[in-house]
Design a protein around this ligand. Structure first.
Ligand code: TXA
Ligand code: MG
Length: 320
């Protein structure tokens, strides 16, 4: 069954919806490119997406929704944001908005940022899948990191093979270019990634100029945003094997029990998927314990361990 390309008929879409709800990964066509989808509310399913992509860091993912009603449960939409969704949804426009603290979407989807990228795709199969799953679906383009985005089911099968339990075949995608990503987090809209909807069309609708992000491409918005949000207030000490009783401890696997102010084990059994799913919430909780130092025990650099270590190293880096 692994990596199986199936026709996107009613029965297979219903099956795919069940699989998403059960935490499996399903590749599906959108009007832009194929996505590798997971239940956005299931941290371990989202962690498996990062593992499948083989990316050495956690880049935040787009949450796919059926429309504005589902979107406003996850993020906060300004008047401008609403106007844009009325003009372009469903369609290839992704909006980055402030994320509600109460949103059930996994922290890993936003890679720990206080914002979230959301779009309502305009493809009958994607829309039917969202309905069948009845969950928001986090999905990056269904290609391995560094490869071009997949525009046919066969490309997904070659690139991601066994990671997707099912690949819904919708033939070649219409645009073949990813969605335009626009941030509405600051005072003025910022283009984070050019895509299927042109900037002029968007400017025309909102009657306002749009800034281009200085770092284009797959990069994040305002300089410094990344670093400051990954950094806890506490000092983070990596690869710790011993600590003081007043320290907080971010543990992994089977670690020796020394006294500590607070300890959270990302995965007592040493499972990197589980550890990734727990990472951001654990960092925040330990930070809130008020400890001056968080001691993090070693995490192997294989599979998702590479991305986890990347995040911890950023969090440990000296502040600007
Ligand atoms: O057309 C598309 O957008 C496709 C289909 C599957 O929907 N998806 C796609 O996803 O291209 P991905 O993961 O390959 O690209 C998502 C882009 C990345 O450039 C990421 O940095 C940006 O969106 N992004 C996601 N969440 C963000 C956030 N909270 N803040 C800033 N940028 C974000
Ligand atoms: Mg991509």
């Amino acid at each position: 069954m692994q990596g199986r390309i199936v026709p996107a008929n009613e029965a297979w879409i219903a099956e795919a919806g069940q699989m998403i709800r059960a935490g499996a990964l399903v590749a599906f066509p959108t009007e832009t490119v194929y996505g590798l989808g997971a239940d956005a509310t299931n941290g371990e399913a989202v962690a498996r997406v990062f593992a499948a992509k083989g990316r050495p860091s956690f880049n935040p993912l787009i949450v796919h929704v059926s429309g504005i009603e589902q979107a406003v449960i996850i993020g906060s939409f300004s008047a401008t944001a609403r106007r844009l969704t009325e003009a372009f949804w469903p369609g290839p426009l992704t909006l980055v908005v402030p994320r509600h603290e109460t949103a059930e979407v996994s922290d890993l989807v936003s890679a720990g940022l206080p914002t979230v990228a959301i779009r309502a795709p305009d493809h009958p199969i994607a829309r039917e899948l969202l309905k069948a799953a009845n969950r928001p679906i986090a999905a990056p383009s269904a290609n391995r990191s560094g490869h071009v985005s997949a525009t046919r089911a066969e490309h997904v099968a070659t690139d991601l093979g066994d990671s997707a339990t099912l690949i819904l075949n919708g033939g070649p995608t219409a645009h073949g270019l990813e969605s335009t990503v626009l941030s509405l987090v600051g005072d003025t809209p910022v283009l984070l990634r050019p895509g299927a909807i042109s900037i002029d069309t968007i400017e025309h609708v909102i009657g306002e100029k749009i800034d281009r992000a200085t770092e284009t491409g797959e990069h994040l918005t305002s300089p410094g945003q990344l670093r400051s949000h990954y950094a806890p207030r506490s000092r983070l000490r990596l690869n710790a094997v011993a600590w003081q009783p007043e320290d907080a401890v971010l543990a992994f696997g089977n670690v020796t029990q020394h006294p500590s102010r607070a300890t959270i084990n990302l995965s007592p059994s040493g499972d990197l998927i589980e550890a990734a799913a727990n990472l951001f919430a654990a960092l925040r909780a330990l930070d809130e314990s008020g400890a001056e130092t968080i001691a993090a025990t070693p995490i192997p650099r294989e599979g998702l361990g590479e991305a986890i270590n990347d995040r911890l190293e950023r969090a440990a880096a000296p502040r600007e």
